[in-house]
Design a protein around this ligand. Structure first.
Ligand SMILES: Nc1ncnc2c1ncn2[C@@H]1O[C@H](COP(=O)(O)OP(=O)(O)O)[C@@H](O)[C@H]1O
Ligand SMILES: [Mg+2]
Length: 237
């Protein structure tokens, strides 16, 4: 079942935000969903209303020791990914990456070694890009000898879009023309995202009318479609 890698060439692009809310929206649409935080920063959990002191269960713990919030089974994969036998365990299918339903991986911008190890497992790589000069500059970055833009199974998402800013509006238009069907969504900058995290609350509970939340639900529908997965709820609708 689909393994989705969330990775941006630039930190602060909203990758963890996108990974967390993509997982929540897929679960809300009726898909079995697991989210794995592979970052040392360990911030995915904050989007699930947890506090910095709370720990996610490690990826290699048995499934009965899991933690499920908002229908998403949550795991911490950073420690496991740095273990000496991680590449072997991954290659031999020992890690629970191919559960039923979707598995969403949050990989930090600077962990290119892990990104390259996980890429062959991924049905889709979701790449958040901010509509800023530095965000656009990352498009030229080369991954495994290939510019990002030429990689198959790569879906770009404009992240933290503030349409009151002229540069952001122009960058959005430019990216739409440049990326065509590889641009699968846009997530608006939404102050509620920060407020919800600061209050240790999940965005879907803190701000039901959040624009970024609506954007994430639309992105989840597109991702499910691209991966050929339609939930029972979506079929009934
Ligand atoms: N759509 C959004 N609206 C407002 N703030 C956002 C949005 N997406 C991310 N953020 C904020 O931007 C910062 C960086 O986001 P994060 O997901 O941690 O990025 P990354 O994982 O790429 O480093 C965080 O403070 C996060 O809450
Ligand atoms: Mg992150």
């Amino acid at each position: 079942m689909p393994f989705i890698l969330c990775h941006s060439p630039k930190g602060g692009s909203g990758t963890s935000f996108v990974a967390a809310h993509l997982a929540m929206a897929l679960a809300e649409a009726g898909h079995a969903t697991t989210a794995i935080d592979f970052t040392r920063q360990d911030s995915l959990k904050l989007y699930f209303g947890l506090t910095p002191a709370q720990q996610l269960p490690d990826l290699d713990l048995p499934s009965d020791q899991g933690l499920t919030i908002a229908g998403v089974s949550l795991r911490q994969g950073h420690r496991v990914s740095k273990a000496a036998d991680f590449a072997r365990a991954l290659a031999e299918g020992e890690l629970p990456l191919a559960n039923d339903g979707f598995t969403i991986a949050d990989v930090s911008a600077d962990d290119l070694a892990l990104r390259d190890l996980l890429l062959p497992q991924a049905a889709l790589t979701v790449v958040p890009i901010t509509p800023t000069a530095l965000g656009l500059a990352t498009l030229t970055q080369v991954g495994s000898g290939t510019p990002l833009i030429d990689l198959d199974y790569t879906a770009f998402v404009i992240s933290r879009l503030d349409e009151t800013r002229r540069f952001a509006r122009n960058a959005h238009t430019f990216l739409r023309e440049l990326l065509g069907s590889k641009l699968v969504g846009a997530i608006h900058e939404d102050e509620c995202a920060n407020e919800a995290t600061a209050m240790a609350q999940m965005l879907p509970r803190y701000a039901t009318a959040s624009v970024a939340l609506a954007d994430m639900r639309a992105l989840a529908r597109t991702v499910a479609e691209v991966c050929g997965q339609t939930s029972d709820e979506e079929e009934a609708a």
